[in-house]
Design a protein around this ligand. Structure first.
Ligand SMILES: [Zn+2]
Ligand SMILES: [Zn+2]
Length: 383
């Protein structure tokens, strides 16, 4: 037995067509009613689009070799429709849930409350599982991307990806707004609050102010950092960054010497913290070279290309006492960090509403277009 539903299917990338979503289409699918151990059926209300959905589906640059077609989407909110066997969390049919990344719960990182570094992170999240859904012609469609594949009206979700919010969220509108907390927002906010941990005297520079960068920025504003510098090449994003607490902004369009510009804006001293969400190596390198002594550089920007690399001079690194920190998913423990972000949103310290824009699921191409031009920072699809 199965239930008819709809989902956005990603087919194998059509190189050289790299336009966002060129290989995505909204299709009728069916979802099995017989859940496996530790699975839930979630009736999706909203799904946030995150950059990783685009890079993993091969636009641009991509990762051919995934089991296409598959359903991406790794930020979502909805209501539990069925609970499979062996689910250990306290979850009932009808419960509102937010979706985040999957983790094994047993490895060293999971046991030490750092599930973003789960030893099984890649297989559990990045690689879609075959034959979760069925297409109209009865062929298999892969799913459980990040344990959830939230780009589906009805999806099979792994227990570890689910956060029950029955005591946290008051209504449907809130549940829609909170859909992206499980990846992009917690990644940015966590890069600041859990990883870089700047203090008031810090000069924090954020490379790329999309959804992740602006979340990092709002967190830096919350900590009262002396300087918060937004760096981007899209004017509207920089304007928004200012309204959300950036003290300075740099439009990199046409700037020849980025390192000198980064030094100059910090009074010649250089930033003490750089949070990179751009994954654009020339920009990262320039920012690294501008860092103040004992500065911190946080790698957040993702690129699945194995050649993604940045060369560093070890002597400069050693003499400068620089700290290089990797950061996946904001090093957050979703069941504690997401409720904290909801609290900050209610207190007005976080302004998720200012960076979100809602689209009907069938209008996903408009959402991707607006994400690309900067008109939408965090597009949220509603089902
Ligand atoms: Zn683990
Ligand atoms: Zn993401």
């Amino acid at each position: 037995m199965s239930t008819q539903s709809k989902a956005i299917l990603a087919s194998a990338p059509n190189y050289p067509d790299h336009s966002p979503g060129s290989n995505w289409s909204l299709e009728n699918i069916s979802v099995p009613n017989d859940l496996k151990d530790g699975e839930l059926l979630v009736d999706m209300l909203a799904s946030g689009i995150c950059h990783t959905d685009l890079i993993s589906t091969g636009v641009p640059g991509g990762t051919p070799g995934f089991p296409y077609p598959y359903v991406a989407g790794h930020e979502g909110s909805g209501y539990v429709k069925a609970v499979g066997p062996g689910v250990k969390k306290d979850i009932k049919v009808g419960d509102p849930v937010l979706l985040s990344f999957a983790h094994c719960g047993q490895c060293e990182s999971c046991e030490q409350r750092h599930p973003a570094y789960c030893s099984a992170f890649f297989p559990l999240n990045i690689y879609p599982v075959e034959d979760v859904f069925k297409a109209e012609d009865d062929s298999g469609v892969a799913g459980k991307f990040f344990g959830q594949s939230s780009f589906a009206k009805l999806s099979v979700v792994k227990e570890s990806s689910v956060l029950v919010v029955r005591d946290l969220v008051t209504d449907k509108e809130e549940l829609k707004l909170f859909a992206p907390l499980g990846c992009g927002i917690q990644t940015g906010a966590g890069a600041t609050l859990n990883v870089a941990k700047p203090e008031e005297r810090d000069r924090v520079m954020i490379l790329g102010v999309g959804g992740v960068g602006l979340s990092a920025l709002m967190a830096a504003k919350m900590l009262g950092c002396e300087q918060i510098i937004a760096v981007d090449r899209v004017k509207s994003r920089l304007e928004l960054a200012k309204s959300l607490g950036a003290t300075h902004s740099i439009d990199t369009t046409g700037v020849e010497d980025l390192t000198a510009t980064f030094k100059e804006i910090t009074g010649g001293r250089g930033p003490t913290v750089v949070i990179d969400t751009s994954a654009y190596v020339p920009l990262m390198k320039a920012a690294y070279n501008s860092l103040a002594a004992r500065g911190t550089f946080v790698f957040v920007g993702a690129n699945l290309d194995p050649a993604f690399n940045m060369e560093l001079g070890i002597t400069q690194h050693m003499m400068n006492g620089t700290r290089l920190l990797g950061c996946a998913e904001g090093d957050s423990l979703p069941e504690e960090f997401i409720p904290q972000l909801i609290k900050y949103q209610r207190e007005g310290k976080f302004q998720l509403d200012k960076i979100s824009k809602f689209y009907k699921a069938e209008d996903f191409k408009n959402a991707l277009h607006d994400m690309h031009t900067g008109e939408a920072i965090k597009p949220i699809l509603t089902w």
